[in-house]
Write a protein that binds this ligand. Structure first.
Ligand SMILES: C[S@@+](CC[C@H](N)C(=O)[O-])C[C@H]1O[C@@H](n2cnc3c(N)ncnc32)[C@H](O)[C@@H]1O
Length: 321
């Protein structure tokens, strides 16, 4: 079903003409800008991600860091087989700079449909240019995707749902695009207990998310060195619990193999990532499981998945019935 875009509003078939995707009667028209079809407002609530992923476009790619951190996360979370997904219709929602897009394209021979609501699609496009014949990348929202319902064998959405205005509506959209019997795999920020939001991130976000992106980036950059030193010090004296009050990302979630300078770059990027997004709504794993069931799916896994670096992510896998 490669290149079969439909209008995200009316569901009408679209054809490519010059620099547009146009409906047959010409009433709907979506521009192709810098080789990427755009099915949404170019500027929207995900602007901070566009800034972040274009500034740090290659920072988290496995191919940049010579590690297989994203590959491991992808296959441990999905349990998919490269040979099987090479011959299926797969959709990625919220690809950012394309760390998982790259994993899919590198480890399979299949075609991937991928969307992101932000201008991060430009970073993804640059990062995966060598696979361009197998990637159908567009800018679109999870709520208005340019695909027919029930059209994908498998859908994955990593690190995205907590950043959308409604976790529940977003899940509904993913399920809608999956065929009956198809699979959906998501990972997201979990609520682990009352203390989850008792963290510098949630205390400061009401202010930081309103700051100009350049200013926020500058502030993080200016303060990152002392924050890393203090964070590591607290961990080394068994006071890891106090690190939640330092306004920096949880550094122990990073791959252990990063060099000092890579670690610093990841820290700047992920600290920006935690303070800048418009939405940050973590969810209880059990609640997500119940939502899938309510929406007509069978949940095959709901829990934490540990990777070799010892960090764990909240993952739910489901089948559309
Ligand atoms: C934390 S990033 C994760 C990117 C990538 N999946 C990764 O793990 O590196 C979250 C992404 O979700 C995208 N996003 C947020 N709301 C969205 C929506 N309504 N539709 C599609 N993508 C959305 C953002 O633009 C951003 O690139």
């Amino acid at each position: 079903m490669s290149k079969l875009y439909v209008s995200p509003i009316t569901g009408k078939k679209l054809n490519k003409k010059d620099n547009y995707y146009i409906s047959e009667n010409g009433s709907e028209k979506f521009p192709i800008i810098n080789s990427i079809p755009r099915f949404c407002k170019i500027v929207n609530y995900t602007e901070s991600f566009g800034y972040q992923w274009n500034k740090f476009d290659r920072t988290q790619l496995d191919s940049t860091n010579f590690i297989n951190f994203s590959e491991e996360r992808f296959y441990k979370s999905t349990k998919w087989e490269p040979k099987i997904i090479s011959n299926e219709n797969i959709l990625e929602v919220g690809s950012g700079a394309g760390r998982f897009t790259e994993v899919f394209l590198k480890t399979t021979t299949g075609i991937l449909h991928s969307i992101d609501y932000s201008n991060a699609v430009e970073a993804n496009y640059r990062n995966t240019i060598k696979y361009k014949n197998r990637l159908e990348l567009s800018q679109a929202s999870i709520y208005e995707m340019p695909f027919l319902d029930n059209s994908f064998d498998k859908v994955f959405c990593f690190g995205v749902l907590q950043h959308t205005p409604s976790f529940e509506r977003s899940l509904e959209s993913l399920i809608k695009k999956t065929r009956i019997g198809g699979q959906i795999v998501i990972d997201f920020y979990p609520i682990k207990g009352w203390y989850t939001k008792f963290h510098a991130k949630y205390i400061l976000r009401p202010i930081t998310k309103k700051l100009n992106h350049r200013l926020l980036y500058k502030l993080i950059n200016m303060n990152i060195n002392w924050m890393i030193i203090l964070f590591d010090l607290l961990c080394s004296i068994n006071l890891k619990i106090l690190t939640r009050f330092i306004p920096i990302v949880d550094l122990y979630l990073f791959p252990k193999d990063l060099t000092k300078s890579q670690r610093k770059k990841w820290a700047i990027m992920d600290t920006f990532d935690m303070f800048s997004p418009e939405f940050d709504n973590p969810m209880r794993i059990n609640k997500v499981k119940k939502l899938f069931i309510k929406m007509g799916c069978k949940v095959t896994f709901a829990g934490f998945i540990k990777n070799e670096q010892n960090c764990s992510g909240a993952v739910v896998r489901a089948i559309k019935l």
